[in-house]
Ligand binder design. Sequence first.
Ligand code: SF4
Ligand code: MG
Length: 330
Amino acid sequence: SDVLLEVRGLTVEYAGATGAVRACADVTFDLQRGEILGVVGESGSGKSTLITALTRLQRPPAVTTAGSVVYHPREGGAGIDLVQLSPRRLRGLRWTRLSIVLQSAMDALNPVTRVGEQFVDVLRTHDRSMSRAAAWEEARRLLGLVGISADRARSFPHELSGGMRQRATIALALACRPELVVMDEPTTAVDVVMQRQILAQVLRLRRELGFAVVFVTHDLSLLLELADRIAVMYAGRIVELAASREIYRSPLHPYTQGLRDSFPPLHAPIQRLEGIPGTPPDLRLLPAGCPFAPRCPHAFDRCRSELPQLTPHGERSVACHLREPEEVGS
Ligand code: SF4
Ligand code: MG
């Protein structure tokens, strides 16, 4: 099939003085080969935790306590559960199969090494037969792909603008032709317009190179423009997963509806989620039942006692009691 990643029941907990907090709870979805999946939610919704856990980059006190992330290599054969993989085999997949561009992307470049040299290092580590000259040539080509002129390969990172460093980091992530690129939203150092340009560029490259992307942001309008599907997270759970146009036209979850109604018109300045009164819950003090119930305009009795499960609804999935049949006899 065309599934690249099968995520099942992924759960990440932070150990704390007063017990474990579930930052990411029972997350389940499939990612198709070449697909752009956007993950959106307010801060603290678990979206950054999710992508670090997908790629096993989480650090203590965050620990994956349950679930699997099965990766299906492009050449076929058995799937590989990244959660169970040895650190050595996992390192073997980084860059060549799975690449990661984190929030602090600009710090990913070594400040004392010329930008091109960092490409040469990555390329030659993964292809020992590549000559230095060929690797430099490839570095210049890769920088060109993200709109950075080839002569910048000899620059040090501090000689590039923030946006250029971000793009150089993305080009580096693509250097070994990975099948999956996981990206967290850039830091505020990169402005909104730049962020859109960078993402548009990534999408163009996706069409040429065929990699899949999981991109995390609090900016729903960005995802509506650029993602194939969107996963909406709330309190560590996916509450809705659907094609971008469905999220735009007819969101099913009350939280998604609130998000959709509160985001600004495309290309206008980004605001906070003013359309949804209240604040995200404290994960240490989650209410029984639906975590969104205290803010939900449609909450009813069942919502306060029973956690809604993510359930298929046609082509999409939603976790809301309004959208699932009453259980027989309940
Ligand atoms: Fe609102 Fe209930 Fe649906 Fe939760 S389950 S989103 S409280 S209607
Ligand atoms: Mg974050």
